[in-house]
Design a protein around this ligand. Sequence first.
Ligand SMILES: Nc1nc(=O)c2c([nH]1)NC[C@@H]1CN(c3ccc(C(=O)N[C@@H](CCC(=O)O)C(=O)O)cc3)CN21
Ligand SMILES: CC(C)C(=O)C(=O)O
Ligand SMILES: [Mg+2]
Length: 277
Amino acid sequence: MNRRVQHKAAHVTTRRLLDMKQGKEKISVLTAYDYTMARILDRAGVDVILVGDSASNVFAGHSTTLPITIEEMIYHAKAVVKGVQDESNRAMVVVDMPFMSYQISGDEALRNAGKIMKEHECDALKLEGGMIIADTVKRITDVGIPVMGHLGLMPQSIYKYGSYKVRAEEEREADQLLEDARALEESGAFAVVLEKIPSALAAEVTRSLTIPTIGIGAGVECDGQVLVINDILGLNREFHPRFVRQYADLNTVIEDAVKSYVHDVRERSFPSADESY
Ligand SMILES: Nc1nc(=O)c2c([nH]1)NC[C@@H]1CN(c3ccc(C(=O)N[C@@H](CCC(=O)O)C(=O)O)cc3)CN21
Ligand SMILES: CC(C)C(=O)C(=O)O
Ligand SMILES: [Mg+2]
């Protein structure tokens, strides 16, 4: 028996996520945008890696997710998929479809979904929206591409709302969100992200659906949780919404390391004889 194969944990599939919900095992999701980080996340055992369009913010420095292009998302996704493949190849890789790559028509959405899927071996795509994109979700899933939904705070619609405030606090909006979630499930979505909505509503959606819910600022009763990797590592100085738990202060770690390097170069203590040829 090939021991290497035997020791490799099974790649996380949409089926596995459904089983996890049924078995009440929580699903952990983090974003990644590059090869090095994807390898660390896969090694650490995260279930799903999301190549988020938040790359527009944290990688490219834009103030919203709107400017990132399909080509840029593919570039990040290729690096992440390669990282997972070179590590344990356990984590599922989901890629955000960027703003305006799926909203114009079902045809265009399908063409772009296929384009993203063909460039690398990611496992699924994520789209923002509910009933409005239900037909599109059905068309994409019908050809065999798994789709993750995204409801509540939808950053691609930020200019429609004008703020990043909590969503669906009023009963009418909450009812709409519940209907949107059901529409996504009926259209074939395998999971749905719930962003910045009241915990009680997220719990109700979670109970109402067969597919898993993945929360970000949506309480502990979601079937899983997602956060942006830069936020949990403390790489982001300015971004501190209360749903982020910071697990490290890499900002300080990196700044101190770079300061030491700059100092050593200036003082001529780097490189030493041992570090030279
Ligand atoms: N680094 C990063 N982390 C994220 O979670 C993230 C991104 N970028 N970019 C894309 C979207 C945007 N997201 C956001 C952005 C802002 C808030 C937020 O709560 N902002 C304010 C509150 C604004 C208000 O209440 O009016 C805050 O408290 O920081 C939440 C999610 C989540 N996503
Ligand atoms: C915050 C998550 C859910 C996301 O969509 C992103 O990182 O783009
Ligand atoms: Mg996103």
